[in-house]
Ligand binder design. Structure first.
Ligand code: NAD
Length: 451
C-alpha cells in the first residue's frame, strides 16, 4: 500500500462508499455481532454500533470541505507582505487496530476520520469478534480497492506484526498493557501513535445529586453491552449516608431494565469464555470475603448464550480485584465515602480514567470535579454518552491513552497540518543579507521590536 494525495471529491466519494457499505451490509453486520456475543439485541447493534458509525461518517463528510481549507494565520509585520497558512495534508498510510466490544464502530469511526483526511488505511479488527471481522473484511473489499482500504485478519501474532509495520500513523484501541507494547513497536519506526485505552472510570454521586436519576443512569451505563464498554462507569462512589438508598434504587433499576435477569432479550452476552471466567473470578473473590453482592438471576439462559447477570458489589475491600483492575463487564462496585475531599483523593490518587461521571445538582459540586480532577472526558449527570457526541474529541490521558479522534480532532489526528509560507516578490528579508551596514543594523533593531 502506498500513500498519495486525495482531493476533496475523492475523499467525499470514499465517505459515500463507507456509508453505502454500512447501509447495505446492515443485516450481515448485525447477524455477525449477534453471533460473536452469542446474544445481542438488534436495537443495541443498531444504536451503539451502526448508528454511531454512520453518524461519524456523515459528520466527517459534512465538515470536510471546511476542514480542508487553507487556514490563514497572522504573519508578523517584519515578514509582510508574505502570507502564512496551514494546509491539512494526508499522513499517508494509517493503521487501525480495533477491539471487539464495538467491533463495527471502533473500526469505522477511525476509518472515517482517516479517509476524510485523505489517507490509505489498513485495519486489524479483533480476533475475539471473528464473524464481524470477517464481514468487515469481505464487505469493505467490495467498496474499496485494496489500494485504499485493506482489512487484515488474525490473532495476537498478526496484531504484533501489524503494530511493527512502518505506518505514517497508528491508532490502537485496547488495554493499557497491550497499548504499551504497541507504542514500543511503533517507536522503532518513529510512527506516531494514538492510544485509545481503558481503565477504571468512576461515577461520583455527590451529596447534591438527584439519587434516583444517578442510580438509573449509572445502571444503564453499566449494563449496556453487558458492561463491555471502555467508558462504562467502572465503580460508583456514594456518600456513606446515602448508600442504602442508592443500592435499593440501583437494584430496582436492574430489575426494571432486565425483568428476566440475564435471560432478558435486551441483555448482551459476554464475548468469550475467558471474559466470562474473569467475571466469575471477580465475584467469587468478593463473596469469599463476605462482601454483599446483589445479582440478577441467571436462570433460563439459553444454552447457546454466554451471559453473566449484572451484579452490585457493596462496599468491597479496596484490595479486591474489582477495585484494582478494570472490570469491563456488568459488575458495579459501590464504594462509600465520608467527605467530598476523600472522594476527590480516591480518584486523584489512581490512574487518570478515560471517563469521569459526576452526578450533582449544584453547579459548585460539578465545577469542583471539573477543576480538580483529570480524566479523558467527563459527562455531568449521565454516563457514557459524551462518546457519541461527534463534535467532541474522544481520547484518554495518562494511563487511559493519548491523542484523540472523533469529529475535527479525528481529521486533524490523521492529517499533517503543514505550515506554508508564501514569500512576496518585494520583502524586507534583504536586510538580513551581509554585509551588515549601519542602516541595516538600525532597521533590524526596529524589526526585532515589531516581532
Ligand atoms: P486487549 O488489549 O486485551 O487486546 C487488543 C488486541 O491486542 C487483541 O485483539 C490482540 O490481537 C492484540 N495483541 C495482543 N498482543 C499484542 C502485541 N504484543 N502487540 C500488538 N497487539 C497485540 O484489549 P481488548 O480485549 O480487545 O479490549 C478491551 C480493552 O480495550 C479494555 O481495556 C477497554 O477499556 C479498552 N477499550 C478502549 C476503548 C477506547 O476507545 N479507549 C474502546 C474499547 C475498548
Amino acid at each position: 500500500m502506498t500513500s498519495r494525495t486525495a482531493d476533496f471529491e475523492t475523499r467525499r466519494a470514499w465517505l459515500d462508499s463507507l456509508e453505502a457499505f454500512l447501509t447495505d451490509f446492515e443485516p450481515q453486520l448485525i447477524a455477525a455481532m449477534q453471533a460473536d456475543f452469542t446474544h445481542r439485541s438488534r436495537e443495541e447493534c443498531l444504536s451503539l454500533d451502526l448508528g454511531t458509525s454512520i453518524s461519524q461518517v456523515r459528520y466527517q463528510r459534512r465538515h470536510l470541505k471546511w476542514w480542508m481549507r487553507k487556514r490563514y494565520v497572522l504573519t508578523p509585520m517584519p515578514f509582510w507582505p508574505a502570507r502564512a497558512y496551514t494546509q491539512a495534508t494526508p499522513r499517508g498510510v494509517v493503521g487501525i487496530m480495533a477491539p471487539w466490544n464495538f467491533p463495527v464502530y471502533l473500526a469505522i469511526a477511525p476509518l472515517a476520520a482517516a479517509l476524510a483526511a485523505g489517507n490509505r488505511v489498513m485495519i486489524k479488527p479483533s480476533e475475539l469478534a471473528p464473524q464481524t471481522s470477517k464481514v468487515l473484511a469481505e464487505g469493505l473489499a467490495q467498496y474499496f480497492s485494496a489500494e485504499v482500504v485493506q482489512v487484515l485478519l488474525g490473532g495476537a501474532d498478526v496484531a504484533a506484526a501489524f503494530s511493527a509495520l512502518p505506518f505514517d500513523h497508528l491508532l490502537f484501541t485496547g488495554s493499557t498493557d497491550v497499548g504499551r507494547k504497541v507504542a514500543m513497536a511503533a517507536a522503532q519506526n518513529l510512527t506516531p501513535v494514538t492510544l485509545e485505552l481503558g481503565g477504571k472510570s468512576p461515577a461520583v454521586v455527590m451529596p447534591s445529586a438527584d439519587l434516583d436519576q444517578a442510580a438509573r443512569r449509572i445502571i444503564w451505563g453499566k449494563t449496556a453491552n453487558a458492561g463491555q464498554i471502555c467508558v462504562a462507569p467502572d465503580y460508583a462512589l456514594v456518600p456513606r449516608d446515602q448508600m442504602d438508598a442508592f443500592v435499593t434504587l440501583a437494584e430496582s433499576y436492574l430489575r426494571a431494565f432486565y425483568p428476566k435477569g440475564a435471560a432478558s432479550n435486551d441483555y448482551c452476552g459476554v464475548i468469550s469464555e475467558r471474559h466470562l471466567a474473569r467475571m466469575d473470578d471477580l465475584l467469587t473473590e468478593v463473596e469469599a470475603r463476605d462482601v454483599k453482592v446483589v445479582q440478577l438471576s441467571e436462570d433460563n439462559i439459553p444454552d447457546t448464550q454466554r451471559k453473566c447477570a449484572p451484579a452490585l458489589v457493596i462496599d468491597p475491600p479496596l484490595d479486591c480485584a474489582v477495585m484494582t483492575r478494570e472490570i469491563f463487564g456488568p459488575i458495579l462496585p459501590i464504594v462509600p465515602y465520608d467527605t467530598v475531599e476523600q472522594a476527590l483523593n480516591f480518584v486523584k490518587t489512581r490512574d487518570h480514567p478515560l471517563a469521569l461521571y459526576v452526578f450533582a445538582q449544584d453547579k459548585e459540586d460539578q465545577d469542583l470535579w471539573l477543576e480538580r480532577s483529570t480524566s479523558g472526558g467527563v459527562t455531568i449527570n449521565d454516563t457514557v454518552i459524551h462518546v457519541a457526541v461527534d463534535s467532541l474529541p474522544f481520547g484518554g490521558v495518562g494511563a487511559s491513552g493519548y491523542g484523540a479522534y472523533h469529529g475535527k480532532a479525528g481529521f486533524e489526528t490523521f492529517s499533517h497540518m503543514k505550515p506554508v509560507l508564501h514569500q512576496a516578490k518585494w520583502n524586507a528579508m534583504s536586510l538580513t543579507e551581509p554585509p551588515m551596514t549601519g542602516m541595516k543594523k538600525r532597521l533590524m533593531k526596529l524589526a526585532r521590536k515589531l516581532m
